[in-house]
Design a protein around this ligand. Structure first.
Ligand SMILES: [Zn+2]
Length: 612
Protein backbone atom coordinates (compact mmCIF):
# COMPACT_ATOMS: atom_id res chain seq x y z
CA UNK A 1 0.00 0.00 0.00
CA UNK A 2 1.31 3.48 -0.84
CA UNK A 3 1.29 6.21 1.81
CA UNK A 4 -1.62 7.85 0.01
CA UNK A 5 -3.67 4.66 0.03
CA UNK A 6 -2.88 4.05 3.68
CA UNK A 7 -4.00 7.58 4.56
CA UNK A 8 -7.20 7.12 2.59
CA UNK A 9 -7.94 3.89 4.41
CA UNK A 10 -7.55 5.57 7.80
CA UNK A 11 -9.34 8.85 7.25
CA UNK A 12 -12.96 9.43 6.37
CA UNK A 13 -13.41 12.22 3.84
CA UNK A 14 -16.60 13.36 5.60
CA UNK A 15 -14.74 13.92 8.88
CA UNK A 16 -11.90 15.74 7.18
CA UNK A 17 -14.09 18.07 5.13
CA UNK A 18 -16.33 18.63 8.14
CA UNK A 19 -13.40 20.36 9.81
CA UNK A 20 -13.60 23.06 7.18
CA UNK A 21 -17.16 23.11 6.00
CA UNK A 22 -20.28 22.38 8.04
CA UNK A 23 -21.78 19.42 6.20
CA UNK A 24 -25.44 18.51 6.32
CA UNK A 25 -26.76 15.05 5.56
CA UNK A 26 -28.57 14.93 2.22
CA UNK A 27 -29.84 11.48 1.34
CA UNK A 28 -26.89 9.11 1.36
CA UNK A 29 -24.51 12.04 0.81
CA UNK A 30 -23.60 15.26 2.56
CA UNK A 31 -23.88 18.77 1.25
CA UNK A 32 -22.77 22.29 2.06
CA UNK A 33 -22.22 25.69 0.54
CA UNK A 34 -19.11 25.33 -1.58
CA UNK A 35 -15.93 26.64 0.07
CA UNK A 36 -14.45 27.37 -3.36
CA UNK A 37 -17.04 29.67 -4.84
CA UNK A 38 -19.69 32.06 -3.60
CA UNK A 39 -23.13 30.58 -3.40
CA UNK A 40 -26.34 30.91 -1.46
CA UNK A 41 -27.71 27.40 -1.79
CA UNK A 42 -25.52 24.33 -1.36
CA UNK A 43 -24.19 22.53 -4.42
CA UNK A 44 -21.09 21.06 -2.82
CA UNK A 45 -21.56 17.30 -2.30
CA UNK A 46 -19.52 14.75 -0.38
CA UNK A 47 -19.91 10.99 -0.66
CA UNK A 48 -18.81 8.77 2.19
CA UNK A 49 -19.36 5.68 0.09
CA UNK A 50 -16.99 6.77 -2.66
CA UNK A 51 -14.79 9.01 -0.47
CA UNK A 52 -15.11 11.81 -2.99
CA UNK A 53 -16.55 15.31 -3.37
CA UNK A 54 -17.96 17.38 -6.18
CA UNK A 55 -19.38 20.89 -6.57
CA UNK A 56 -22.14 21.38 -9.13
CA UNK A 57 -21.65 25.13 -8.91
CA UNK A 58 -18.02 25.54 -9.90
CA UNK A 59 -17.32 22.06 -11.24
CA UNK A 60 -14.46 21.32 -8.83
CA UNK A 61 -14.17 17.87 -7.32
CA UNK A 62 -11.92 15.01 -6.36
CA UNK A 63 -10.74 13.05 -3.35
CA UNK A 64 -9.49 13.87 0.13
CA UNK A 65 -6.13 15.07 -1.21
CA UNK A 66 -7.46 17.42 -3.86
CA UNK A 67 -9.79 18.89 -1.25
CA UNK A 68 -6.91 19.68 1.13
CA UNK A 69 -4.75 20.99 -1.71
CA UNK A 70 -7.43 23.45 -2.76
CA UNK A 71 -8.59 24.34 0.71
CA UNK A 72 -5.15 24.93 2.18
CA UNK A 73 -3.46 26.12 -1.00
CA UNK A 74 -0.95 23.26 -0.81
CA UNK A 75 0.90 21.14 -3.29
CA UNK A 76 0.10 17.44 -3.35
CA UNK A 77 3.09 16.40 -1.26
CA UNK A 78 2.28 18.96 1.40
CA UNK A 79 -1.33 17.84 1.50
CA UNK A 80 -0.06 14.29 1.82
CA UNK A 81 2.10 15.29 4.77
CA UNK A 82 -0.73 17.16 6.49
CA UNK A 83 -3.12 14.25 6.15
CA UNK A 84 -0.43 11.75 7.13
CA UNK A 85 -0.08 13.53 10.47
CA UNK A 86 -3.83 13.44 10.92
CA UNK A 87 -4.00 9.75 10.07
CA UNK A 88 -0.92 8.81 12.07
CA UNK A 89 0.75 7.45 8.94
CA UNK A 90 4.51 7.56 8.58
CA UNK A 91 5.76 8.85 5.23
CA UNK A 92 9.22 7.93 4.03
CA UNK A 93 11.38 11.03 4.44
CA UNK A 94 12.94 12.42 1.31
CA UNK A 95 16.41 13.86 1.00
CA UNK A 96 16.59 17.63 1.63
CA UNK A 97 17.37 18.25 -2.05
CA UNK A 98 13.96 17.16 -3.23
CA UNK A 99 12.09 19.20 -0.66
CA UNK A 100 10.50 22.21 -2.18
CA UNK A 101 11.73 25.66 -1.34
CA UNK A 102 8.44 26.32 0.34
CA UNK A 103 9.09 23.57 2.85
CA UNK A 104 12.58 24.95 3.51
CA UNK A 105 11.08 28.37 4.19
CA UNK A 106 8.59 26.80 6.60
CA UNK A 107 11.39 24.99 8.42
CA UNK A 108 13.44 28.16 8.59
CA UNK A 109 10.53 29.98 10.15
CA UNK A 110 9.88 27.20 12.64
CA UNK A 111 13.57 27.31 13.63
CA UNK A 112 13.28 31.07 14.19
CA UNK A 113 10.29 30.60 16.46
CA UNK A 114 12.22 27.94 18.38
CA UNK A 115 15.15 30.34 18.73
CA UNK A 116 12.97 33.17 20.07
CA UNK A 117 11.32 30.77 22.53
CA UNK A 118 14.64 29.62 23.91
CA UNK A 119 15.87 33.19 24.31
CA UNK A 120 12.82 34.25 26.29
CA UNK A 121 13.24 31.45 28.80
CA UNK A 122 17.02 31.09 28.96
CA UNK A 123 18.74 34.34 28.01
CA UNK A 124 19.32 36.78 30.85
CA UNK A 125 18.87 39.64 28.36
CA UNK A 126 15.24 38.59 28.09
CA UNK A 127 14.55 38.90 31.81
CA UNK A 128 12.62 42.19 31.59
CA UNK A 129 10.55 40.75 28.76
CA UNK A 130 9.73 37.58 30.68
CA UNK A 131 8.88 39.64 33.74
CA UNK A 132 6.56 41.83 31.69
CA UNK A 133 4.82 38.83 30.12
CA UNK A 134 4.35 37.00 33.42
CA UNK A 135 3.74 39.80 35.86
CA UNK A 136 2.24 42.64 33.85
CA UNK A 137 0.16 40.52 31.48
CA UNK A 138 -0.34 37.56 33.84
CA UNK A 139 0.50 34.99 31.19
CA UNK A 140 1.52 31.78 32.95
CA UNK A 141 4.33 29.36 32.07
CA UNK A 142 1.98 26.91 30.43
CA UNK A 143 0.51 29.58 28.13
CA UNK A 144 3.98 30.90 27.30
CA UNK A 145 4.87 27.42 26.15
CA UNK A 146 1.62 26.62 24.34
CA UNK A 147 1.47 29.91 22.50
CA UNK A 148 5.20 29.72 21.62
CA UNK A 149 5.95 33.17 23.03
CA UNK A 150 9.50 34.31 22.48
CA UNK A 151 11.94 37.15 22.58
CA UNK A 152 14.00 38.73 19.81
CA UNK A 153 17.25 39.98 21.34
CA UNK A 154 18.34 43.58 20.98
CA UNK A 155 20.84 42.52 18.33
CA UNK A 156 21.30 42.88 14.58
CA UNK A 157 22.50 39.36 13.94
CA UNK A 158 21.47 37.05 16.80
CA UNK A 159 18.88 35.17 14.78
CA UNK A 160 20.56 35.30 11.37
CA UNK A 161 23.81 33.92 12.82
CA UNK A 162 21.90 31.12 14.47
CA UNK A 163 19.98 30.27 11.30
CA UNK A 164 23.21 30.32 9.26
CA UNK A 165 24.82 27.98 11.78
CA UNK A 166 22.06 25.40 11.27
CA UNK A 167 22.35 25.63 7.50
CA UNK A 168 19.79 28.12 6.22
CA UNK A 169 20.77 30.38 3.36
CA UNK A 170 20.20 34.12 3.44
CA UNK A 171 17.64 34.17 0.66
CA UNK A 172 15.54 31.63 2.59
CA UNK A 173 15.72 33.79 5.76
CA UNK A 174 14.51 36.77 3.75
CA UNK A 175 11.70 34.76 2.19
CA UNK A 176 10.66 33.49 5.62
CA UNK A 177 10.32 37.13 6.68
CA UNK A 178 12.74 36.98 9.60
CA UNK A 179 15.71 38.72 7.99
CA UNK A 180 16.16 41.91 5.96
CA UNK A 181 18.72 42.47 3.23
CA UNK A 182 21.29 45.15 4.09
CA UNK A 183 21.19 48.28 1.98
CA UNK A 184 23.96 48.74 -0.58
CA UNK A 185 25.63 51.33 1.65
CA UNK A 186 25.94 49.07 4.67
CA UNK A 187 27.52 46.16 2.88
CA UNK A 188 26.53 42.66 2.00
CA UNK A 189 24.44 40.25 4.01
CA UNK A 190 21.28 40.31 6.08
CA UNK A 191 20.20 41.44 9.53
CA UNK A 192 17.46 40.48 12.02
CA UNK A 193 14.05 41.94 11.22
CA UNK A 194 12.92 41.80 14.85
CA UNK A 195 15.03 43.37 17.61
CA UNK A 196 14.19 43.83 21.27
CA UNK A 197 10.65 42.61 20.80
CA UNK A 198 8.36 40.11 22.47
CA UNK A 199 7.41 37.64 19.79
CA UNK A 200 3.90 36.28 19.28
CA UNK A 201 4.05 33.57 16.59
CA UNK A 202 0.95 33.26 14.41
CA UNK A 203 -0.31 29.82 13.51
CA UNK A 204 -2.69 28.69 10.80
CA UNK A 205 -5.76 26.66 11.63
CA UNK A 206 -3.63 23.51 11.90
CA UNK A 207 -1.22 24.95 14.43
CA UNK A 208 1.63 25.36 11.96
CA UNK A 209 3.53 28.60 12.70
CA UNK A 210 3.46 30.77 9.60
CA UNK A 211 4.18 34.32 10.79
CA UNK A 212 4.78 36.44 13.85
CA UNK A 213 3.97 39.73 15.50
CA UNK A 214 6.72 41.44 17.46
CA UNK A 215 5.59 43.71 20.27
CA UNK A 216 7.90 46.48 21.31
CA UNK A 217 9.35 46.29 24.86
CA UNK A 218 7.54 48.64 27.21
CA UNK A 219 9.50 51.86 27.62
CA UNK A 220 11.38 51.45 24.35
CA UNK A 221 11.45 54.49 22.09
CA UNK A 222 10.72 52.41 18.98
CA UNK A 223 7.90 53.94 17.03
CA UNK A 224 5.98 50.92 15.88
CA UNK A 225 4.31 49.14 18.75
CA UNK A 226 3.73 46.04 16.63
CA UNK A 227 5.75 44.74 13.71
CA UNK A 228 4.48 41.81 11.63
CA UNK A 229 6.36 39.42 9.40
CA UNK A 230 5.79 40.46 5.79
CA UNK A 231 3.54 38.40 3.55
CA UNK A 232 5.29 35.22 2.47
CA UNK A 233 4.50 31.98 0.72
CA UNK A 234 3.14 30.73 4.05
CA UNK A 235 1.83 33.85 5.69
CA UNK A 236 -1.07 35.91 4.40
CA UNK A 237 -2.07 38.41 7.02
CA UNK A 238 -5.72 38.59 6.02
CA UNK A 239 -6.11 34.81 6.20
CA UNK A 240 -4.91 34.22 9.74
CA UNK A 241 -7.05 34.34 12.85
CA UNK A 242 -4.86 34.39 15.93
CA UNK A 243 -5.65 31.44 18.19
CA UNK A 244 -7.91 29.59 15.76
CA UNK A 245 -5.85 26.40 15.95
CA UNK A 246 -6.52 26.24 19.68
CA UNK A 247 -10.04 27.65 19.59
CA UNK A 248 -11.61 25.66 16.76
CA UNK A 249 -12.91 22.83 18.89
CA UNK A 250 -14.69 25.14 21.34
CA UNK A 251 -15.93 27.29 18.45
CA UNK A 252 -17.55 24.32 16.80
CA UNK A 253 -19.10 23.11 20.04
CA UNK A 254 -20.65 26.49 20.79
CA UNK A 255 -21.25 27.52 17.18
CA UNK A 256 -19.78 30.86 18.19
CA UNK A 257 -16.52 32.72 17.59
CA UNK A 258 -15.59 35.48 20.00
CA UNK A 259 -13.54 38.07 18.16
CA UNK A 260 -11.23 40.32 20.17
CA UNK A 261 -8.56 42.74 19.06
CA UNK A 262 -5.33 41.87 20.79
CA UNK A 263 -3.25 38.71 20.90
CA UNK A 264 -2.92 38.98 24.65
CA UNK A 265 -6.73 39.18 24.99
CA UNK A 266 -6.84 35.81 23.23
CA UNK A 267 -4.18 34.20 25.40
CA UNK A 268 -5.60 35.35 28.73
CA UNK A 269 -9.14 34.36 27.71
CA UNK A 270 -7.99 30.87 26.84
CA UNK A 271 -5.98 30.73 30.05
CA UNK A 272 -9.12 31.34 32.09
CA UNK A 273 -11.08 28.73 30.17
CA UNK A 274 -12.95 30.77 27.56
CA UNK A 275 -11.58 29.00 24.54
CA UNK A 276 -13.66 30.10 21.58
CA UNK A 277 -11.74 33.37 21.35
CA UNK A 278 -9.63 34.54 18.38
CA UNK A 279 -8.20 37.84 17.11
CA UNK A 280 -8.07 39.26 13.61
CA UNK A 281 -4.48 40.17 14.34
CA UNK A 282 -4.22 43.84 13.56
CA UNK A 283 -6.68 44.09 10.68
CA UNK A 284 -10.36 44.68 10.33
CA UNK A 285 -11.96 41.31 9.68
CA UNK A 286 -11.34 40.30 6.05
CA UNK A 287 -13.43 38.31 3.58
CA UNK A 288 -10.97 35.43 3.90
CA UNK A 289 -11.20 35.45 7.67
CA UNK A 290 -14.99 35.38 7.46
CA UNK A 291 -14.72 32.35 5.19
CA UNK A 292 -12.40 30.76 7.74
CA UNK A 293 -14.89 31.37 10.55
CA UNK A 294 -17.69 29.87 8.48
CA UNK A 295 -15.87 26.54 8.47
CA UNK A 296 -16.51 26.28 12.18
CA UNK A 297 -19.49 28.40 13.18
CA UNK A 298 -22.41 30.47 11.99
CA UNK A 299 -22.16 33.14 14.70
CA UNK A 300 -19.50 35.69 15.54
CA UNK A 301 -19.45 37.93 18.63
CA UNK A 302 -17.46 41.16 18.47
CA UNK A 303 -15.99 42.50 21.70
CA UNK A 304 -16.52 46.21 21.24
CA UNK A 305 -13.42 48.27 21.80
CA UNK A 306 -14.01 51.62 23.38
CA UNK A 307 -11.57 53.74 21.39
CA UNK A 308 -12.86 55.12 18.09
CA UNK A 309 -10.19 53.52 15.93
CA UNK A 310 -11.16 50.18 17.36
CA UNK A 311 -14.82 50.91 16.75
CA UNK A 312 -14.20 51.76 13.12
CA UNK A 313 -12.37 48.50 12.58
CA UNK A 314 -15.17 46.71 14.37
CA UNK A 315 -17.82 48.30 12.15
CA UNK A 316 -15.93 47.30 9.03
CA UNK A 317 -15.61 43.80 10.45
CA UNK A 318 -19.32 43.63 11.22
CA UNK A 319 -20.20 44.59 7.65
CA UNK A 320 -17.84 41.94 6.34
CA UNK A 321 -19.30 39.29 8.64
CA UNK A 322 -22.89 40.16 7.68
CA UNK A 323 -22.06 40.13 3.98
CA UNK A 324 -20.56 36.70 4.48
CA UNK A 325 -23.83 35.50 5.98
CA UNK A 326 -22.70 35.19 9.61
CA UNK A 327 -24.97 36.08 12.50
CA UNK A 328 -23.40 38.92 14.44
CA UNK A 329 -23.50 39.46 18.18
CA UNK A 330 -22.01 42.22 20.28
CA UNK A 331 -20.21 41.80 23.57
CA UNK A 332 -20.27 44.97 25.59
CA UNK A 333 -17.23 45.34 27.80
CA UNK A 334 -18.20 45.79 31.43
CA UNK A 335 -17.28 48.73 33.66
CA UNK A 336 -14.42 48.69 36.15
CA UNK A 337 -14.42 49.56 39.87
CA UNK A 338 -14.40 53.26 39.00
CA UNK A 339 -17.44 52.93 36.78
CA UNK A 340 -15.55 53.28 33.49
CA UNK A 341 -15.63 50.81 30.62
CA UNK A 342 -12.63 48.49 30.44
CA UNK A 343 -10.67 49.36 27.34
CA UNK A 344 -10.14 45.76 26.27
CA UNK A 345 -10.95 42.21 27.42
CA UNK A 346 -7.47 41.70 28.87
CA UNK A 347 -7.83 44.70 31.20
CA UNK A 348 -11.13 43.27 32.37
CA UNK A 349 -9.65 39.80 32.86
CA UNK A 350 -6.78 41.25 34.90
CA UNK A 351 -9.16 42.97 37.30
CA UNK A 352 -11.99 40.45 37.39
CA UNK A 353 -12.05 37.41 35.08
CA UNK A 354 -15.60 36.59 36.12
CA UNK A 355 -16.85 39.86 34.60
CA UNK A 356 -15.43 38.90 31.20
CA UNK A 357 -17.08 35.51 31.39
CA UNK A 358 -20.44 37.11 32.10
CA UNK A 359 -19.97 39.66 29.33
CA UNK A 360 -19.36 36.86 26.81
CA UNK A 361 -22.40 34.94 28.00
CA UNK A 362 -24.53 38.05 27.63
CA UNK A 363 -23.53 38.79 24.04
CA UNK A 364 -26.50 40.41 22.30
CA UNK A 365 -27.71 40.08 18.72
CA UNK A 366 -26.40 43.06 16.77
CA UNK A 367 -29.60 45.03 16.21
CA UNK A 368 -30.96 44.31 19.64
CA UNK A 369 -27.72 45.81 20.95
CA UNK A 370 -28.06 48.97 18.84
CA UNK A 371 -31.71 49.51 19.65
CA UNK A 372 -31.39 48.89 23.39
CA UNK A 373 -28.36 51.09 23.67
CA UNK A 374 -30.10 53.91 21.83
CA UNK A 375 -33.16 53.61 24.06
CA UNK A 376 -31.09 53.60 27.23
CA UNK A 377 -28.66 56.34 26.42
CA UNK A 378 -30.31 58.69 23.97
CA UNK A 379 -33.46 60.77 24.02
CA UNK A 380 -35.06 59.44 20.87
CA UNK A 381 -37.53 62.32 20.71
CA UNK A 382 -34.65 64.50 19.58
CA UNK A 383 -34.14 64.78 15.85
CA UNK A 384 -30.34 64.48 15.91
CA UNK A 385 -30.48 61.29 17.96
CA UNK A 386 -33.02 59.74 15.61
CA UNK A 387 -30.88 60.71 12.65
CA UNK A 388 -27.73 59.30 14.24
CA UNK A 389 -29.39 55.96 14.94
CA UNK A 390 -30.84 55.70 11.44
CA UNK A 391 -27.48 56.60 9.89
CA UNK A 392 -25.70 53.94 11.92
CA UNK A 393 -28.18 51.16 11.43
CA UNK A 394 -29.31 51.51 7.79
CA UNK A 395 -25.90 50.87 6.17
CA UNK A 396 -25.54 47.79 8.34
CA UNK A 397 -29.05 46.58 7.56
CA UNK A 398 -28.18 46.83 3.88
CA UNK A 399 -25.69 44.00 4.39
CA UNK A 400 -28.18 41.62 5.94
CA UNK A 401 -28.95 39.02 3.29
CA UNK A 402 -31.75 37.30 5.19
CA UNK A 403 -34.86 39.12 4.00
CA UNK A 404 -37.04 38.08 6.90
CA UNK A 405 -34.50 39.35 9.43
CA UNK A 406 -34.01 42.53 7.48
CA UNK A 407 -37.67 43.30 7.29
CA UNK A 408 -38.05 42.57 11.01
CA UNK A 409 -35.34 45.06 11.93
CA UNK A 410 -36.63 47.76 9.60
CA UNK A 411 -39.94 47.53 11.37
CA UNK A 412 -38.24 47.77 14.77
CA UNK A 413 -36.20 50.76 13.68
CA UNK A 414 -39.25 52.44 12.21
CA UNK A 415 -41.17 52.09 15.46
CA UNK A 416 -38.24 53.32 17.51
CA UNK A 417 -37.65 56.54 15.59
CA UNK A 418 -41.20 57.07 14.31
CA UNK A 419 -40.25 57.00 10.64
CA UNK A 420 -42.53 55.12 8.21
CA UNK A 421 -41.09 51.78 7.13
CA UNK A 422 -41.51 52.79 3.48
CA UNK A 423 -39.01 55.62 3.85
CA UNK A 424 -36.49 53.42 5.61
CA UNK A 425 -36.83 50.86 2.84
CA UNK A 426 -36.16 53.59 0.32
CA UNK A 427 -32.95 54.56 2.14
CA UNK A 428 -31.98 50.93 2.24
CA UNK A 429 -32.40 50.56 -1.51
CA UNK A 430 -30.06 53.48 -2.09
CA UNK A 431 -27.57 51.82 0.22
CA UNK A 432 -27.86 48.62 -1.76
CA UNK A 433 -27.08 50.42 -5.00
CA UNK A 434 -23.92 51.82 -3.40
CA UNK A 435 -23.06 48.45 -1.98
CA UNK A 436 -23.35 46.88 -5.42
CA UNK A 437 -21.08 49.50 -6.88
CA UNK A 438 -18.41 49.50 -4.23
CA UNK A 439 -18.56 46.14 -2.63
CA UNK A 440 -19.67 43.31 -4.80
CA UNK A 441 -17.17 44.02 -7.52
CA UNK A 442 -14.46 42.94 -5.12
CA UNK A 443 -16.00 39.50 -4.72
CA UNK A 444 -16.70 38.14 -8.17
CA UNK A 445 -18.57 34.88 -8.48
CA UNK A 446 -16.22 32.20 -9.68
CA UNK A 447 -16.81 30.85 -13.11
CA UNK A 448 -17.42 27.17 -13.61
CA UNK A 449 -14.31 25.34 -14.66
CA UNK A 450 -15.82 24.52 -18.03
CA UNK A 451 -18.67 26.68 -19.25
CA UNK A 452 -21.60 24.30 -19.41
CA UNK A 453 -23.74 24.25 -22.54
CA UNK A 454 -27.35 23.14 -22.60
CA UNK A 455 -26.29 19.95 -24.34
CA UNK A 456 -23.65 19.39 -21.66
CA UNK A 457 -26.22 19.76 -18.91
CA UNK A 458 -28.80 17.53 -20.60
CA UNK A 459 -26.16 14.88 -21.34
CA UNK A 460 -25.13 14.86 -17.69
CA UNK A 461 -28.78 14.47 -16.65
CA UNK A 462 -29.34 11.63 -19.08
CA UNK A 463 -26.41 9.59 -17.81
CA UNK A 464 -27.31 10.35 -14.19
CA UNK A 465 -30.84 9.13 -14.89
CA UNK A 466 -29.49 5.90 -16.32
CA UNK A 467 -27.60 5.18 -13.12
CA UNK A 468 -30.79 5.75 -11.17
CA UNK A 469 -32.85 3.58 -13.52
CA UNK A 470 -30.60 1.14 -15.41
CA UNK A 471 -33.67 -0.84 -16.47
CA UNK A 472 -34.44 1.82 -19.11
CA UNK A 473 -31.09 1.51 -20.83
CA UNK A 474 -32.73 -0.23 -23.74
CA UNK A 475 -35.09 2.65 -24.46
CA UNK A 476 -32.33 5.25 -24.16
CA UNK A 477 -30.08 3.29 -26.51
CA UNK A 478 -32.81 3.27 -29.13
CA UNK A 479 -33.37 6.99 -28.81
CA UNK A 480 -29.98 8.54 -28.18
CA UNK A 481 -26.95 8.08 -30.43
CA UNK A 482 -23.51 8.68 -28.98
CA UNK A 483 -22.96 11.79 -31.12
CA UNK A 484 -26.08 13.46 -29.71
CA UNK A 485 -24.31 13.89 -26.39
CA UNK A 486 -21.96 16.68 -25.52
CA UNK A 487 -18.40 15.65 -26.55
CA UNK A 488 -17.31 15.75 -22.89
CA UNK A 489 -19.80 13.02 -22.01
CA UNK A 490 -19.44 10.83 -25.08
CA UNK A 491 -16.54 8.66 -23.81
CA UNK A 492 -18.45 7.61 -20.68
CA UNK A 493 -21.66 6.96 -22.60
CA UNK A 494 -19.74 4.84 -25.10
CA UNK A 495 -18.38 2.58 -22.36
CA UNK A 496 -21.87 2.30 -20.90
CA UNK A 497 -23.31 1.27 -24.25
CA UNK A 498 -20.57 -1.29 -24.82
CA UNK A 499 -20.95 -2.65 -21.30
CA UNK A 500 -24.69 -3.01 -21.74
CA UNK A 501 -24.46 -4.61 -25.16
CA UNK A 502 -21.95 -7.15 -23.93
CA UNK A 503 -23.92 -8.11 -20.83
CA UNK A 504 -27.61 -7.58 -21.43
CA UNK A 505 -28.04 -10.98 -23.02
CA UNK A 506 -27.11 -12.66 -19.76
CA UNK A 507 -28.92 -10.18 -17.55
CA UNK A 508 -32.16 -9.70 -19.40
CA UNK A 509 -32.69 -6.14 -20.51
CA UNK A 510 -31.54 -4.61 -17.27
CA UNK A 511 -28.14 -2.96 -17.27
CA UNK A 512 -26.00 -4.05 -14.32
CA UNK A 513 -24.21 -1.06 -12.82
CA UNK A 514 -22.52 -2.79 -9.90
CA UNK A 515 -19.53 -4.03 -11.89
CA UNK A 516 -19.28 -0.89 -13.97
CA UNK A 517 -16.72 0.98 -11.89
CA UNK A 518 -14.36 -1.97 -12.17
CA UNK A 519 -14.79 -1.96 -15.89
CA UNK A 520 -13.98 1.76 -16.04
CA UNK A 521 -10.74 1.19 -14.17
CA UNK A 522 -9.60 -1.08 -17.00
CA UNK A 523 -10.27 1.47 -19.75
CA UNK A 524 -7.33 3.38 -21.26
CA UNK A 525 -8.73 6.76 -20.07
CA UNK A 526 -9.59 5.41 -16.62
CA UNK A 527 -8.80 8.57 -14.63
CA UNK A 528 -10.88 10.86 -16.80
CA UNK A 529 -13.74 8.36 -17.01
CA UNK A 530 -13.80 7.75 -13.28
CA UNK A 531 -14.01 11.49 -12.69
CA UNK A 532 -17.04 11.76 -14.99
CA UNK A 533 -18.57 8.70 -13.37
CA UNK A 534 -18.16 10.30 -9.94
CA UNK A 535 -19.89 13.47 -11.09
CA UNK A 536 -22.90 11.65 -12.53
CA UNK A 537 -23.30 9.51 -9.45
CA UNK A 538 -23.47 12.67 -7.34
CA UNK A 539 -25.97 14.10 -9.80
CA UNK A 540 -27.94 10.87 -9.77
CA UNK A 541 -28.05 10.70 -5.98
CA UNK A 542 -29.04 14.31 -5.75
CA UNK A 543 -31.75 14.39 -8.40
CA UNK A 544 -33.30 10.96 -8.29
CA UNK A 545 -32.97 9.53 -4.82
CA UNK A 546 -36.36 10.77 -3.63
CA UNK A 547 -38.26 9.96 -6.80
CA UNK A 548 -40.27 6.84 -7.39
CA UNK A 549 -39.68 4.62 -10.37
CA UNK A 550 -42.43 6.20 -12.51
CA UNK A 551 -41.01 9.68 -11.96
CA UNK A 552 -37.49 8.58 -12.78
CA UNK A 553 -38.78 6.94 -15.94
CA UNK A 554 -40.69 10.05 -16.97
CA UNK A 555 -37.62 12.21 -16.34
CA UNK A 556 -35.36 9.91 -18.24
CA UNK A 557 -37.69 9.67 -21.24
CA UNK A 558 -38.07 13.45 -21.32
CA UNK A 559 -34.32 13.97 -21.11
CA UNK A 560 -33.61 11.48 -23.88
CA UNK A 561 -36.21 13.16 -26.07
CA UNK A 562 -34.80 16.58 -25.33
CA UNK A 563 -31.31 15.52 -26.30
CA UNK A 564 -32.58 14.07 -29.55
CA UNK A 565 -34.58 17.22 -30.20
CA UNK A 566 -31.60 19.51 -29.69
CA UNK A 567 -29.61 17.32 -32.04
CA UNK A 568 -32.30 17.36 -34.74
CA UNK A 569 -32.81 21.11 -34.41
CA UNK A 570 -29.12 21.62 -34.99
CA UNK A 571 -29.30 19.44 -38.07
CA UNK A 572 -32.31 21.34 -39.41
CA UNK A 573 -30.48 24.67 -39.02
CA UNK A 574 -27.43 23.31 -40.78
CA UNK A 575 -29.53 21.91 -43.65
CA UNK A 576 -31.36 25.23 -44.04
CA UNK A 577 -28.02 26.95 -44.40
CA UNK A 578 -26.82 24.43 -46.98
CA UNK A 579 -30.07 24.76 -48.96
CA UNK A 580 -29.79 28.57 -49.01
CA UNK A 581 -26.23 28.25 -50.32
CA UNK A 582 -27.24 25.67 -52.91
CA UNK A 583 -30.07 27.91 -54.16
CA UNK A 584 -27.69 30.83 -54.62
CA UNK A 585 -25.08 28.75 -56.43
CA UNK A 586 -24.51 29.42 -60.11
CA UNK A 587 -24.93 27.13 -61.95
CA UNK A 588 -27.46 25.49 -59.72
CA UNK A 589 -26.83 21.81 -58.81
CA UNK A 590 -30.39 20.51 -58.90
CA UNK A 591 -29.52 17.00 -57.89
CA UNK A 592 -27.68 18.17 -54.76
CA UNK A 593 -30.52 20.55 -53.91
CA UNK A 594 -33.10 17.77 -54.24
CA UNK A 595 -31.09 15.56 -51.96
CA UNK A 596 -30.77 18.32 -49.39
CA UNK A 597 -34.52 18.97 -49.53
CA UNK A 598 -35.26 15.28 -49.03
CA UNK A 599 -32.97 15.06 -46.00
CA UNK A 600 -34.47 18.29 -44.68
CA UNK A 601 -37.99 16.87 -44.91
CA UNK A 602 -36.96 13.64 -43.26
CA UNK A 603 -35.19 15.36 -40.35
CA UNK A 604 -37.91 17.92 -39.76
CA UNK A 605 -40.44 15.08 -39.93
CA UNK A 606 -38.58 13.30 -37.14
CA UNK A 607 -38.44 16.51 -35.20
CA UNK A 608 -42.15 16.98 -35.64
CA UNK A 609 -42.86 13.46 -34.40
CA UNK A 610 -41.01 14.26 -31.17
CA UNK A 611 -43.43 17.10 -30.49
CA UNK A 612 -46.59 15.03 -30.72
ZN1 LIG B 1 -18.13 25.29 -5.92
Amino acid sequence: MTSAEEIKSKLDIVDVIQEYVPLKAAGINFKANCPFHNEKSPSFMVSRQRQSWHCFGCGEGGDIFTFIEKQEGLEFREALRLLATKAGVQIKTESPQVRSERETIARCFASSVQYWKTQLIENSQAEPALKYVKEKRNINDESIKNWHLGFALNSWDGLVNYLASVGFKEDIMIKAGVAVKKSAASGRGVYDRFRNRIMFPLSNAHGQVVGATGRVMPGSDEEAKYVNTPESVMYHKGKILYGLDKAKQAIREQDLVVLVEGNVDVITSHQMGIKNVVAASGTALTTEQVALIKRYATRVAFAFDQDTAGQKATTRGILEALSGGLDVLIIELPKNKDGEFFKDPDECIQENPELWKIAVEQAKPLFEYYFEKAKQEKDLDKLENKRALVNTVVPILARVNDLVARSHHIKQLGELVGVPEEQLRHMLENQNIQKKMTYEVVKPERERKMPVSVVGQVSENLIAGLFAAPEYMNYVLDTVEVDMLDPAWQPLYKVMVVDYTENHATNGDKWRTDTFQQRLAEEPQATQLTELYDIVLFRSEQDFINKDSAEVRADLYATAKRLKKIHLQKQVKELERQIRDAEKAVPRNTQQLDELMRTFQQVSGELHKLDV
